[in-house]
Design a protein around this ligand. Structure first.
Ligand SMILES: NC(=O)c1ccc[n+]([C@@H]2O[C@H](COP(=O)([O-])OP(=O)(O)OC[C@H]3O[C@@H](n4cnc5c(N)ncnc54)[C@H](O)[C@@H]3O)[C@@H](O)[C@H]2O)c1
Length: 477
C-alpha cells in the first residue's frame, strides 16, 4: 500500500510540474504496470475459425460470474485512494497547469507495433495527398478522380500476426484514423458504417486495397463475420447529430452494442467499446476518475447519448461476466483533428470554421466552462494500446490539460484570424461545467499519456479545414 501511495504522489508531482514535459520524466515517474496486468502484445495464432481467444493466456482479472475480485479489488482500492488533484466541482480549482510539449514526429507505441512516423499518416489527410485523389475544377464545377494513386505502403506481417479487425463506425472521424493506423500496421480491416455522420471520403484512399473492406451496414441489425478484434465505434458523437433522432441514437448504442457483443461472443473476438466522458454527465467530482459513477440527467437533451453509452458499458460487462467475452472499455474525452465534420457543432470545428470565414467566434454561457482537448493521434495510440493490453476495466483517454472555452477560442483566433471577435450567447441546457480526465489508470496500466500539444493539433486541423473550405468555395463560385 505504501508503494501505491508513493506512486500516486509521484504521479501527482509529475502532473503539477509545469516545467517538465511528461515524457522527459516518464521513466522515473510512470508507475510500473502491475505484474498481474501483464502485457498481452504477443500476437496470437489465428485459429481455423479465425477466432482469437487470447483470454486463455491471460491472468484472470475477473473470475467468470464474480467480477472485481482480488486483483480487481486491489486496483479499485488504488483508484479510490484520495488523489491530491481530485476535488468536488463546487470547490474552485485552478485550471490544469499547461505543460511544455515537444513537437511530435513519431506516433504510436513500439510494444504493440503501432509506432510510425507522423508523416506516414499526414499523407492520408493533409492537402497534398488529397489532391492526388480528387480534382475539383472550378471552371466546369466538376469533381473528378483522375487516377487512383498507388496505395500507401503497409507493414508486412506474418500470417499469424496479421489480425482481421472489424471497425464499426470506421468511416467517421475517429474511426477513419484508427483504420489508417491499423492498415499501416499491416492488419486486415473491415469497416461497417451506415454513413449517417461518416463519409466514404474519409477512407477512400484504402478502397480497393486487398487488406481493406468497406460495408454499408447499420449496426442496429445483426451482422455475421469472422474476426479477431472488434473496435465498436458506431454512434453519432456530436450533440446536433445524436439529438437529431434520439430514439435512433439509443437504438444504436443499445441494439448495436448487443449485436457486436453477440458477434464477439460467437467468434471469440476481443471487443473494445468506445464509451465517453459523457457517462460522467455534469460531474460533481473533478477531475473525473473511472471510479466516479457520474451525474447524468436521464431525461435531458443529452440523455439519449449519455444513457445510451452507460447502457452500452453495462452490456459490455454483462457479456464479460455472463459469457466470458474479452472486453475493453475506453472513456474518451473531447478529441479533435482532421476529418472532424465541420458542421457537427463541436466546439473545435465551430471555432475553426467561424475564424476561417471571418465570423465572430460564439461562446455559449460565460465561456468559463472548461474542456480538455486531446489530439486524434493520441487517442488512436490509447485505443490500440488498450485493445492489446490486458486491462479490462474502463480507462479514461483524454488530455488532462484544461482550458476554459474562452481561452480555447482565443487560441484559435490567434492562430487563424486575430480580427474576429469572441461573442457570447445564452448557455446550453445541461452543458457540463467542468471536464478533465484523471488519466492515472491509462498511465499505470497502458503506459499511455498524451504527447501532442493542443497547438500542434490545432495547426494540423486548421490546415485540413482550410483545404476543405477552399474546395467548397470553388464549387460555389
Ligand atoms: N470525437 C470525440 O470527441 C469522442 C468523444 C467521446 C466518445 N467518442 C466516441 O467515439 C466514437 C466515434 O466518434 P466520432 O467522433 O468519430 O463520431 P463520428 O460521428 O464522426 O463517427 C461515428 C461513425 O459511426 C457511424 N454510425 C453512426 N450510427 C451508425 C449505425 N447505426 N450503424 C453503423 N454506423 C453508424 C457514422 O456514420 C460515423 O461514421 C463514438 O462511439 C463516440 O461516442 C468520440
Amino acid at each position: 500500500m505504501e508503494d501505491t501511495i508513493r506512486r500516486l504522489e509521484q504521479h501527482h508531482l509529475h502532473i503539477v510540474d509545469q516545467q517538465t514535459h511528461p515524457l522527459d520524466s516518464a521513466d522515473k515517474t510512470r508507475p510500473d504496470t502491475p505484474t498481474s496486468a501483464t502485457d498481452d502484445t504477443t500476437p496470437s495464432t489465428r485459429s481455423s475459425s479465425g477466432s482469437d481467444d487470447t483470454s486463455l493466456s491471460e491472468p484472470a482479472l475477473f473470475t467468470k460470474g464474480l467480477p472485481f475480485q482480488d486483483e480487481a479489488s486491489r486496483i479499485r482500492a488504488e483508484d479510490h485512494l484520495p488523489s491530491p488533484s481530485t476535488s468536488t466541482a463546487t470547490t474552485p480549482v485552478p485550471a490544469f497547469a499547461k505543460v511544455q510539449y515537444e513537437l511530435v514526429t513519431v506516433v504510436g507505441d513500439r510494444e504493440v507495433r503501432s509506432d510510425m512516423p507522423l508523416s506516414s499518416l499526414q499523407q492520408l489527410y493533409l492537402p497534398i495527398q488529397e489532391d492526388a485523389y480528387r480534382h475539383v475544377d472550378p471552371e466546369t464545377k466538376t469533381l473528378s478522380f483522375p487516377h487512383q494513386p498507388g496505395f500507401p505502403a503497409v507493414k508486412m506481417l506474418p500470417n499469424q500476426q496479421r489480425k482481421r479487425i472489424l471497425v464499426t463506425g470506421g468511416a467517421g472521424f475517429v474511426g477513419s484514423h484508427l483504420v489508417d493506423r491499423l492498415m499501416l500496421m499491416g492488419h486486415e480491416v473491415i469497416v461497417l458504417d451506415n454513413f449517417f455522420t461518416g463519409s466514404k471520403r474519409n477512407v477512400q484512399h484504402w478502397l480497393g486495397h486487398p487488406h481493406f473492406e468497406l460495408i454499408r451496414h447499420d449496426v442496429v441489425d445483426p451482422f455475421m463475420i469472422e474476426v479477431d478484434q472488434i473496435y465498436h465505434l458506431a454512434c453519432p458523437a456530436s450533440p446536433p447529430h445524436y439529438q437529431y433522432n434520439p430514439i435512433k441514437t439509443v437504438k444504436t448504442s443499445v441494439m448495436g452494442t448487443i449485436n457486436m457483443l453477440g458477434l464477439a461472443k460467437r467468434t471469440k473476438a476481443r471487443f473494445l467499446l468506445t464509451s465517453t466522458s459523457e457517462v460522467y454527465g455534469d460531474p460533481e467530482e473533478h477531475p473525473q476518475k473511472e471510479t466516479y459513477w457520474g451525474h447524468v440527467n436521464p431525461i435531458g437533451p443529452r440523455a439519449c447519448y449519455d444513457e445510451g453509452k452507460r447502457v452500452a458499458e453495462t452490456l459490455t460487462y454483462s457479456y464479460m461476466n455472463q459469457d466470458n467475452v474479452d472486453v475493453r472499455v475506453a472513456r474518451i474525452f473531447n478529441t479533435f483533428g482532421p476529418r472532424m465534420n465541420e458542421h457537427d457543432g463541436r466546439v473545435v470545428s465551430n471555432f475553426i470554421m467561424q475564424a476561417l470565414r471571418g465570423e465572430d467566434l460564439t461562446i455559449y454561457g460565460d465561456g468559463q466552462q472548461t474542456r480538455s482537448f486531446q489530439y486524434i493521434h493520441d487517442l488512436i495510440d490509447g485505443l490500440i494500446l488498450l485493445m492489446n493490453k490486458n486491462y479490462k476495466e474502463p480507462v479514461n483517454l483524454g488530455n488532462p490539460e484544461e482550458y476554459t472555452i474562452r481561452e480555447f477560442a482565443e487560441m484559435i483566433r490567434d492562430e487563424i484570424n486575430t480580427e474576429v471577435k469572441i461573442t457570447g450567447r445564452p448557455p446550453i441546457e445541461d452543458d457540463p461545467q467542468r471536464r478533465r480526465p484523471d488519466i492515472g489508470r491509462a498511465q499505470r496500466y497502458l503506459g499511455w499519456e498524451p504527447k501532442f500539444s493542443v497547438n500542434q493539433g490545432i495547426r494540423e486541423t486548421v490546415q485540413y479545414f482550410k483545404k476543405t473550405k477552399d474546395e467548397q468555395t470553388s464549387y460555389q463560385n
